[in-house]
Design a protein around this ligand. Structure first.
Ligand SMILES: Cc1cc2nc3c(=O)[nH]c(=O)nc-3n(C[C@H](O)[C@H](O)[C@H](O)COP(=O)(O)OP(=O)(O)OC[C@H]3O[C@@H](n4cnc5c(N)ncnc54)[C@H](O)[C@@H]3O)c2cc1C
Length: 572
């Protein structure tokens, strides 16, 4: 644990995260001639982006439709889908620039599925009036991420693989870099950077039922929160209607885009009652609530799940458009969707909230930028439309990289090392203290209790009494967290310590979500209060900002940017 002489690394720009947003940001900064490096706790190709299935939205008009699609239509669908909480200027940028970003990905080599005449194929997705989602079968994220990684390799951008960001370092009111922990080497390494870009993805794993990768535990959001940056709109948690019963692996919305039906135990296509026009292609919040309601009211199978039926699509279409989904159903549920319906239930899927940014990724802390799922620019507002997240990573990843490059002045070596040394010493002292505790509480038990609590009390349907008890319970978990210990006090390969740090972040993120949900006395998008079932624009057409204080979370609010689409009733 002793580390007499600390090496210090320096870069103009450090990108934390090797998913789509991080890689896209790094490419842009490198092309602007800057010394940029990527740091990721897993190999970039293992980032959750690789699991994205259904596709990425762009209004190309490649598929015949009754009316022409346009950027304006895409923006309107996104804003309506967001239940009018999205910042409309950011949405307009995403929909406009998204066309170029997708074409760029095609030129760089993405193997998109094709129409008969060779254009990028597009499928219908939830909440969209047009077949707008460009796809590579049901492995779109896989294809996009490999293509970006190839660019990163070609540009010789260094990647610190299996390095963890432990904390942001702030000096003279700016972010001046991070403390990093290379897992294999067992040391704490300061990395100075004139600009740091957080692209650390979502926090899904604070929920028991989640479609997210195990690595998505929200530590990146916590890094910013801990450094004094507020978190925005965290109460808006997306639940996906169709995760595989038993494992909660995602079954893409593309399955319904290709024509799949949702059916309850009575054999009814129940979406008829909830979104009679769009049916299974209603937006996610509505389909997830409808599905959960069917299950809660006794119209599910074994009180747990409903069916996603693809059989009528036929073997050929399933094999061509949804080969990954078929394989997942066979491997993890023992069901071939060609022959039998897939058992599905809703699960946490995406985080609409995150680190607040402007349209160039700038956060309230100078020197710190954010992009992708960890950020809240806010293009998704209270509910994200499927296919818009991949688009967001490309559009705002690029913008953040460009903006960060523009502020670099070649001063990285002048950033004062003292703040890094002090903070590293505090971290080492923390580890010593932690491993000397008697440890009557188990971090694993706390983690399980937290996840169960979040799924059952801060889930799809919320009410005051549940949220109050969740708030109380999270306080108790935080207090018990102070009595956990770890056995290993060496740094190298100390997974136990990393899990401890991760749990710390999970508890804080859960507290922010719960506090925001308790205070917001209305229903909007994914946030549904059974005791306040209506949207209330008079009081709540506002973004939430949550600040960390020694007593817990303090909430403030800020206005939503409205340009062309004043709020209206949301009917599908
Ligand atoms: C199963 C699934 C399917 C999806 N399908 C679609 C889809 O079809 N269309 C769509 O638009 N969206 C989809 N989404 C959402 C979309 O895939 C994600 O929102 C998006 O890919 C997130 O990209 P990102 O770059 O922000 O983060 P990620 O890809 O999650 O990457 C995060 C990176 O941060 C790194 N990291 C995190 N914390 C640290 C730390 N402390 N230190 C160092 N590194 C760290 C990780 O190693 C990782 O490299 C899907 C999501 C899931 C879960």
């Amino acid at each position: 644990m002793n580390q007499p002489q600390m090496e210090i690394l320096s870069h103009d720009i450090l990108v934390i995260g090797g998913g789509l947003a991080g890689l896209r940001a790094a490419i842009e900064a490198r092309k602007a001639g800057k010394d940029v490096a990527i740091l990721s706790k897993v190999h970039p190709l293992r980032s959750h982006s690789v699991a994205a299935q259904g596709g990425v939205n762009a209004a190309f008009n490649n598929v015949p439709a009754p009316v022409q699609d346009s950027c304006e239509n895409h923006a309107f669908d996104t804003i309506k889908g967001s239940d009018y909480l999205a910042d409309q200027d950011a949405v307009e940028i995403m929909c406009r620039e998204g066309l170029d970003r997708v074409v760029e990905m095609e030129r760089w080599g993405t193997l998109f599925s094709r129409t008969e005449d060779g254009k990028i194929a597009q499928r219908p997705f939830g909440g969209a009036g047009f077949p707008r989602t460009c796809y590579a079968a049901d492995r779109t994220g896989h294809n996009l991420l490999h293509v970006l990684y190839e660019q990163v390799t070609g540009l010789r951008i260094p990647v610190y693989e299996e390095w963890h960001a432990l904390s942001l370092v702030v000096g003279e009111g700016r972010c001046i870099g991070i403390l990093a922990f290379p897992l294999f080497e067992g040391k704490i390494v300061p990395i100075r950077a004139e600009a740091t870009i957080l692209a650390t993805g979502g926090y899904g794993r604070i929920y028991l039922r989640s479609t997210n990768a195990i690595i998505n535990a929200g530590r990146g959001c916590y890094l910013a929160y801990q450094a004094g940056v507020p978190l925005e709109d965290m109460e808006f948690v997306q639940f996906h209607p169709t995760s595989l019963y038993g494992t909660n692996i995602l079954i893409t919305e593309g399955a319904r885009g290709e024509g799949g039906y949702l059916v309850n135990v009575k054999g009814e296509r129940y979406m008829e009652r909830y979104a009679p026009h769009l049916m299974e292609l209603g937006p996610r919040d509505i389909v997830a609530r409808a599905t959960q309601r069917e299950i809660d009211e006794g119209r599910g199978f074994q009180g747990q799940y409903v069916h996603l039926d693809l059989r009528h699509l036929g073997k050929e279409k399933i094999m061509d458009r949804l080969p990954g989904i078929r394989q997942i159903a066979i491997d993890f549920a023992g069901i071939d969707p060609v022959l039998d319906p897939i058992p599905i239930q809703p699960a946490q899927h995406y985080s609409m909230g995150g680190i607040p940014t402007g349209v160039d990724g700038e956060t309230p802390l100078p020197g710190l930028y954010a992009a992708g799922e960890c950020a809240c620019v806010s293009v998704h507002g209270a509910n994200r439309l499927g296919g818009n997240s991949l688009l967001e990573t490309l559009v705002f990843g690029k913008r953040a990289g460009k903006k960060a490059a523009s502020i670099v002045r070649g001063r990285k070596e002048a950033l004062p090392p003292s703040a890094f040394h002090k903070q590293a010493e505090a971290i080492r002292a923390g580890l010593r203290e932690l491993s000397s505790r008697s440890g009557e509480e188990s971090g694993f038990r706390l983690r399980d209790e937290l996840k169960t609590l979040m799924t059952h009390r801060v889930g799809i349907f919320r009410r005051k009494s549940d949220l109050l008890s969740a708030k109380e319970k999270i306080r108790e978990l935080k207090e018990r967290f102070g009595r956990t210990a770890i056995k290993q006090n060496r740094l190298a390969f100390n997974h136990e310590w990393l899990l401890h740090l991760e749990l710390e972040g999970m508890l804080h993120v859960a507290e922010v979500i719960t506090e925001g949900a308790l205070t917001r006395e209305e229903s909007r998008g994914s946030h549904f209060r059974t005791d306040y079932p209506e949207r209330d624009d008079e009081r709540w057409l506002l973004h939430t900002l949550a600040y960390k204080t020694p007593e817990g979370t303090r909430l403030e609010y800020k206005n939503v940017t409205i340009t062309n689409s004043p709020p209206k009733a949301r009917i599908y």
